[in-house]
Design a protein around this ligand. Sequence first.
Ligand SMILES: O=P(O)(O)OC[C@H]1O[C@H](OP(=O)(O)OP(=O)(O)O)[C@H](O)[C@@H]1O
Ligand SMILES: NC(=O)CC[C@H](N)C(=O)O
Ligand SMILES: [Mg+2]
Length: 506
Amino acid sequence: MCGIVGIAGKTPVAQSLYDGLTVLQHRGQDAAGIITIDQNIFNLRKGNGLVRDVFHTRHMKRLSGHLGIGHCRYPTAGTSSSAEAQPFYVNSPYGIAFAHNGNLTNSHDLQEEVFRKARRHINTTSDSELLLNIFAHELQSCTEMTVSPDDIFEVVTRVHKKIRGAYAVVAVIIGQGLVAFRDPNGIRPLALGKRITEMGEEYMVASESVALDAVGFTFVRDVAPGEAVYITEQGQLHTHQCYEKPNTSPCIFEFVYFARPDSFIDGISVYASRVNMGRKLGEKIAREWADKEIDVVIPIPETSMDVALQIANTLQLPYRQGFVKNRYIGRTFIMPGQTMRKKSVRRKLNAISSEFKGKNVLLVDDSIVRGTTSSQIIEMARESGANKVYFASAAPEIRFPNVYGIDMPSANELIAYGREIDQIAELIQADGLIFQDLKDLVEAVREENPDISQFETSVFDGNYITADIDQQYLEKIDLARSEKSRQAPVLQAELSNLDMHNMDSD
Ligand SMILES: O=P(O)(O)OC[C@H]1O[C@H](OP(=O)(O)OP(=O)(O)O)[C@H](O)[C@@H]1O
Ligand SMILES: NC(=O)CC[C@H](N)C(=O)O
Ligand SMILES: [Mg+2]
């Protein structure tokens, strides 16, 4: 679930892009990149690592220009090689740099087509490099030196027809401007903001509204599903719906886990939706666990805290922060391998024994995916002397792989796959386990914007909104991306030699 930002400014943009990326860091911790345009030259810096590690002062100084884009990456296709860090670049037509959040579901077919019909070579296994080349191929039909907004919208319309899956994209084109667009289902988020300076109006697009807040842009609106936004080099904003029948279905997992609580996505406050999730789950606990004596509600930092507090309020129980989070360790779920994820839980969280000793505790998490966190946390609660350990998840059981930009490619790795609740409880050693109902989760989010009638909920119900996912496809991604297949060391090593960067790697 990567983070993307783009600014068409009147003043240097590198620092704002950097600051925007730092507040989107929770969306991708593996790689980061910024590209700017100055006097028709691209300046690019990208590499593996956190935003603060990839960019040093010497890089920032070289990222001059008033137009630029940035990306922080959580790989969900291809490999974690630095060669697949974004933005990507192609020199023709005009010179295009491109950043993508999401995942294409017809990459395989497109790969063939791009090579045969467009004779374009894709140098990595990244679906984003592929998407850039499709966009570039469509733009190739513009023969004028200046591309008009209508040309851009026609290009995006054709791209929408070719590709399937989830995508929020931002691109900059030499001599032209900044383009951003969102898939027709609006699975991945994209917000538009504006800043007034002495030199004139500046525009910004970002995965989450929080990035706009951080750099002093005012939120204008969400980019609509299927819509494209084009800001010319001179700073004129043009927008157009490029899909005939868009079908708004935002990814519900953004609200459960991915997005920051202080963001608004499609008119929904992520924080308020989490409070609603807490209320609904609290009511379910009151209904179904009337016989259980719970002394205290304890969140598993960090994402579940807003939900847990509301559960405690609903149940009229004390809320205690029984786990301390090491602020220097990032999110474990988006770490690249299971070994690293497993090790990091104990480095990240430590228990305050007095909050557990002799008590019946209700631990709350936003979701249980592989069960890495829950099983270790329950063990820690017991080591700290808890009497009974109950566990509540603000999201329902996750039983289906994700194909839209969340790295859950294999059903077998999901703890709830093929298991009933009591079997999952036994595996994670909980004395009781309760999940939110899907209907309640959808209602909790919808309450904040009833105009949205559906959400992308495939990980819970196997209903894939793009209607192109069958068992064969799921088997293919399982084979390509499961934990087991990613341990093939030769492939990883070979791919990491394919580094192609424009700026020094140090
Ligand atoms: O069942 P699992 O496979 O362990 O995945 C679920 C856990 O991973 C996430 O936490 P993470 O540490 O990524 O981030 P957070 O600090 O934002 O909660 C999520 O909040 C759950 O705690
Ligand atoms: N999580 C994402 O949005 C990833 C984007 C793209 N599929 C990649 O793997 O680089
Ligand atoms: Mg967590």
